[in-house]
Design a protein around this ligand. Sequence first.
Ligand SMILES: [Zn+2]
Length: 179
Amino acid sequence: MLYEIQTYGKEVLRTPTQVIPEITEEIKEIVSNMFETMYAAEGIGLAAPQVGKSLRLFVIDLAPMDETEGKRVFINPQIHSFGDDRDEYEEGCLSIPTIREIVTRPSSIRVSWQDLEGQKFDEEIDGFLARVIQHEYDHLEKTLFVDHLSSLKRSLLKKTLKKIASGEIEVEASENFEL
Ligand SMILES: [Zn+2]
């Protein structure tokens, strides 16, 4: 089942998310639908608030950029620390169609999470995956990538953001690996 992707301006993107106490059939169903929704939109990452669910959960599949990658499910993720190095990358977001901006982020993180079987992980991750995890984790913390931009940059985007919030600009599949 495809979910509707919630775009900039929707309250659910600014709503606190709940820890998932148990990986039930319902959670498995949500994860399956989130992958389906993400692939349909040609995204490489999708967080639960983006499909209207205030849960601490996101999915990632970097296979379009790296064929050694595949489906990854992050349940109750927690970023414990950030590395000292920073790097820049032009990010996009399925919830903020048409806008892409350079975002500076730590290039490595230590993160723990559970997978769909409930297995626990705690790893140091760097490179592009670390960036995507930080972007999706931000969604669980009610933060959007435009929040990381300078106030000048944000003011330049104001008009476009308003159009997204009013529904004038809609989500469409793009080839830009949106998150
Ligand atoms: Zn996003």
